[in-house]
Design a protein around this ligand. Structure first.
Ligand SMILES: Cc1cc2nc3c(=O)[nH]c(=O)nc-3n(C[C@H](O)[C@H](O)[C@H](O)COP(=O)(O)O)c2cc1C
Length: 190
Protein backbone atom coordinates (compact mmCIF):
# COMPACT_ATOMS: atom_id res chain seq x y z
CA UNK A 1 0.00 0.00 0.00
CA UNK A 2 2.83 2.37 1.00
CA UNK A 3 4.74 1.40 -2.18
CA UNK A 4 1.68 2.14 -4.32
CA UNK A 5 1.31 5.61 -2.76
CA UNK A 6 4.97 6.44 -3.47
CA UNK A 7 4.55 5.20 -7.03
CA UNK A 8 1.48 7.41 -7.60
CA UNK A 9 3.25 10.48 -6.13
CA UNK A 10 6.28 9.89 -8.37
CA UNK A 11 4.05 9.47 -11.43
CA UNK A 12 2.24 12.75 -10.65
CA UNK A 13 5.55 14.58 -10.12
CA UNK A 14 6.87 13.26 -13.44
CA UNK A 15 3.79 14.44 -15.32
CA UNK A 16 4.11 17.86 -13.61
CA UNK A 17 7.78 17.94 -14.71
CA UNK A 18 6.76 17.12 -18.26
CA UNK A 19 4.31 20.03 -18.23
CA UNK A 20 6.95 22.62 -17.29
CA UNK A 21 9.67 21.40 -19.67
CA UNK A 22 10.56 23.97 -22.37
CA UNK A 23 9.81 23.00 -25.96
CA UNK A 24 12.66 21.51 -28.05
CA UNK A 25 14.83 23.97 -30.08
CA UNK A 26 13.69 22.57 -33.48
CA UNK A 27 10.02 23.22 -32.70
CA UNK A 28 10.84 26.68 -31.30
CA UNK A 29 12.86 27.59 -34.43
CA UNK A 30 10.14 26.31 -36.78
CA UNK A 31 7.30 28.13 -35.03
CA UNK A 32 9.27 31.38 -34.61
CA UNK A 33 10.09 31.34 -38.35
CA UNK A 34 6.37 32.02 -38.94
CA UNK A 35 6.76 35.40 -37.26
CA UNK A 36 7.69 37.78 -40.10
CA UNK A 37 10.30 40.45 -39.39
CA UNK A 38 12.14 43.23 -41.14
CA UNK A 39 15.87 42.88 -41.76
CA UNK A 40 18.57 45.21 -40.42
CA UNK A 41 22.35 45.47 -40.47
CA UNK A 42 23.73 46.51 -37.08
CA UNK A 43 27.00 48.40 -37.48
CA UNK A 44 29.67 49.84 -35.18
CA UNK A 45 33.16 51.17 -35.38
CA UNK A 46 35.73 48.85 -33.78
CA UNK A 47 38.47 50.19 -31.47
CA UNK A 48 40.88 49.62 -34.41
CA UNK A 49 38.81 52.14 -36.40
CA UNK A 50 37.54 49.48 -38.84
CA UNK A 51 33.80 49.20 -39.44
CA UNK A 52 31.87 46.13 -38.24
CA UNK A 53 28.41 45.02 -39.30
CA UNK A 54 26.16 41.97 -39.20
CA UNK A 55 22.64 41.08 -40.28
CA UNK A 56 20.07 41.18 -37.46
CA UNK A 57 16.32 40.56 -37.31
CA UNK A 58 15.96 40.32 -33.51
CA UNK A 59 15.70 44.10 -33.38
CA UNK A 60 12.76 45.82 -31.67
CA UNK A 61 11.87 49.03 -29.88
CA UNK A 62 11.58 48.84 -26.08
CA UNK A 63 10.54 52.25 -24.77
CA UNK A 64 9.31 55.52 -26.24
CA UNK A 65 10.40 57.87 -23.45
CA UNK A 66 13.31 57.49 -23.12
CA UNK A 67 13.71 56.03 -26.63
CA UNK A 68 15.23 52.55 -26.21
CA UNK A 69 15.76 49.61 -28.56
CA UNK A 70 17.25 46.13 -28.27
CA UNK A 71 18.68 43.34 -30.39
CA UNK A 72 20.16 39.94 -29.56
CA UNK A 73 23.60 38.57 -30.43
CA UNK A 74 24.38 34.88 -30.68
CA UNK A 75 27.22 33.84 -28.35
CA UNK A 76 28.69 31.83 -31.24
CA UNK A 77 28.97 34.96 -33.44
CA UNK A 78 32.19 36.91 -33.85
CA UNK A 79 29.96 39.97 -33.76
CA UNK A 80 29.56 39.53 -30.00
CA UNK A 81 33.12 40.76 -29.38
CA UNK A 82 32.63 43.73 -31.72
CA UNK A 83 29.32 44.67 -30.08
CA UNK A 84 30.72 44.22 -26.55
CA UNK A 85 33.46 46.74 -27.33
CA UNK A 86 31.22 49.26 -29.10
CA UNK A 87 30.12 52.43 -27.32
CA UNK A 88 27.75 53.39 -30.15
CA UNK A 89 25.97 51.34 -32.80
CA UNK A 90 23.65 51.99 -35.74
CA UNK A 91 20.71 49.89 -36.93
CA UNK A 92 20.28 50.16 -40.72
CA UNK A 93 16.79 49.17 -41.99
CA UNK A 94 17.20 47.25 -45.25
CA UNK A 95 15.13 47.98 -48.36
CA UNK A 96 13.58 45.24 -50.52
CA UNK A 97 16.39 45.74 -53.04
CA UNK A 98 19.11 45.01 -50.43
CA UNK A 99 18.88 41.23 -50.11
CA UNK A 100 22.47 41.03 -51.37
CA UNK A 101 23.57 43.33 -48.51
CA UNK A 102 21.74 41.14 -45.98
CA UNK A 103 23.42 37.99 -47.35
CA UNK A 104 26.83 39.69 -47.33
CA UNK A 105 26.54 40.84 -43.69
CA UNK A 106 25.22 37.42 -42.59
CA UNK A 107 28.22 35.62 -44.15
CA UNK A 108 31.64 35.12 -42.63
CA UNK A 109 33.57 36.60 -45.56
CA UNK A 110 36.40 38.90 -44.48
CA UNK A 111 36.03 42.55 -45.45
CA UNK A 112 32.23 42.69 -45.49
CA UNK A 113 32.34 46.44 -46.15
CA UNK A 114 34.45 46.11 -49.33
CA UNK A 115 32.47 47.57 -52.23
CA UNK A 116 29.61 48.62 -49.88
CA UNK A 117 28.60 52.28 -50.05
CA UNK A 118 28.39 53.87 -46.57
CA UNK A 119 29.17 57.03 -44.63
CA UNK A 120 30.12 57.50 -41.00
CA UNK A 121 28.01 59.34 -38.44
CA UNK A 122 29.77 62.02 -36.34
CA UNK A 123 30.14 59.29 -33.65
CA UNK A 124 31.71 56.91 -36.17
CA UNK A 125 28.83 54.48 -36.76
CA UNK A 126 28.72 53.19 -40.35
CA UNK A 127 25.45 54.21 -42.08
CA UNK A 128 24.73 52.10 -45.18
CA UNK A 129 23.55 53.79 -48.39
CA UNK A 130 20.18 52.84 -49.87
CA UNK A 131 18.48 51.88 -46.57
CA UNK A 132 14.92 52.87 -45.61
CA UNK A 133 16.26 54.52 -42.49
CA UNK A 134 18.58 54.13 -39.55
CA UNK A 135 18.79 54.78 -35.85
CA UNK A 136 22.00 55.41 -33.96
CA UNK A 137 22.34 54.44 -30.32
CA UNK A 138 24.57 54.63 -27.31
CA UNK A 139 24.86 51.17 -25.79
CA UNK A 140 23.50 51.36 -22.24
CA UNK A 141 23.20 47.70 -21.18
CA UNK A 142 23.83 44.12 -22.15
CA UNK A 143 22.18 41.09 -20.55
CA UNK A 144 23.16 37.45 -21.00
CA UNK A 145 20.19 35.10 -21.46
CA UNK A 146 20.52 31.53 -22.72
CA UNK A 147 22.79 31.40 -25.77
CA UNK A 148 22.31 35.10 -26.70
CA UNK A 149 23.18 38.49 -25.23
CA UNK A 150 20.55 41.24 -25.34
CA UNK A 151 22.06 44.64 -26.21
CA UNK A 152 20.03 47.69 -25.20
CA UNK A 153 20.64 51.10 -26.77
CA UNK A 154 19.41 54.63 -26.15
CA UNK A 155 18.51 56.29 -29.47
CA UNK A 156 20.57 59.43 -30.15
CA UNK A 157 19.78 59.96 -33.82
CA UNK A 158 17.27 58.61 -36.36
CA UNK A 159 16.24 59.16 -39.95
CA UNK A 160 13.73 57.50 -42.29
CA UNK A 161 13.29 57.99 -46.03
CA UNK A 162 10.66 55.33 -46.74
CA UNK A 163 10.33 52.70 -49.47
CA UNK A 164 9.63 48.96 -49.59
CA UNK A 165 11.21 46.90 -46.79
CA UNK A 166 13.09 43.61 -47.00
CA UNK A 167 11.31 40.94 -44.92
CA UNK A 168 12.34 37.58 -43.47
CA UNK A 169 9.67 34.89 -43.15
CA UNK A 170 9.96 31.09 -42.73
CA UNK A 171 13.76 31.24 -43.15
CA UNK A 172 13.53 33.02 -46.51
CA UNK A 173 13.59 36.59 -47.80
CA UNK A 174 10.20 38.06 -48.66
CA UNK A 175 8.64 41.28 -49.87
CA UNK A 176 5.40 43.04 -48.95
CA UNK A 177 2.58 42.35 -51.37
CA UNK A 178 -0.38 44.72 -51.48
CA UNK A 179 -3.42 43.64 -49.44
CA UNK A 180 -6.33 42.39 -51.61
CA UNK A 181 -8.68 44.37 -49.35
CA UNK A 182 -9.04 47.98 -50.53
CA UNK A 183 -7.79 50.40 -47.91
CA UNK A 184 -10.36 52.50 -46.03
CA UNK A 185 -10.61 55.94 -47.64
CA UNK A 186 -9.26 58.63 -45.30
CA UNK A 187 -11.88 60.58 -43.34
CA UNK A 188 -12.29 64.22 -44.37
CA UNK A 189 -9.69 66.36 -42.68
CA UNK A 190 -7.24 63.45 -42.16
C1 LIG B 1 17.82 37.47 -41.76
C2 LIG B 1 18.89 37.19 -40.74
C3 LIG B 1 18.73 37.65 -39.45
C4 LIG B 1 19.72 37.43 -38.48
N1 LIG B 1 19.55 37.90 -37.22
C5 LIG B 1 20.49 37.69 -36.27
C6 LIG B 1 20.32 38.21 -34.96
O1 LIG B 1 19.33 38.83 -34.64
N2 LIG B 1 21.33 37.97 -34.07
C7 LIG B 1 22.46 37.27 -34.39
O2 LIG B 1 23.32 37.09 -33.54
N3 LIG B 1 22.63 36.77 -35.64
C8 LIG B 1 21.69 36.98 -36.59
N4 LIG B 1 21.86 36.50 -37.85
C9 LIG B 1 23.08 35.78 -38.16
C10 LIG B 1 24.26 36.74 -38.36
O3 LIG B 1 24.00 37.76 -39.31
C11 LIG B 1 25.47 35.92 -38.83
O4 LIG B 1 25.40 34.63 -38.40
C12 LIG B 1 26.69 36.44 -38.25
O5 LIG B 1 26.89 37.72 -38.71
C13 LIG B 1 27.87 35.52 -38.61
O6 LIG B 1 29.03 36.22 -38.60
P1 LIG B 1 29.89 36.56 -37.27
O7 LIG B 1 30.24 35.27 -36.59
O8 LIG B 1 31.08 37.24 -37.87
O9 LIG B 1 29.08 37.45 -36.42
C14 LIG B 1 20.89 36.71 -38.83
C15 LIG B 1 21.05 36.24 -40.15
C16 LIG B 1 20.06 36.48 -41.09
C17 LIG B 1 20.26 35.99 -42.50
Amino acid sequence: MHFLRVFVILAVLRSEDAKIMPIPPDLFRRVMSHFATGVTVVTARQPSGKPWGFTVNSFTSVSLSPPLVLFCVDHAAESLAAMSQAEYFAVNFLAASQEVISRRFASRIPGRFEGVDYRESPRGSPLLAGCLGFIECRKIASHLYGDHTIIVGEVLDAEATGGDPLLFYRSAYARISPSPTPSTPPRPGH
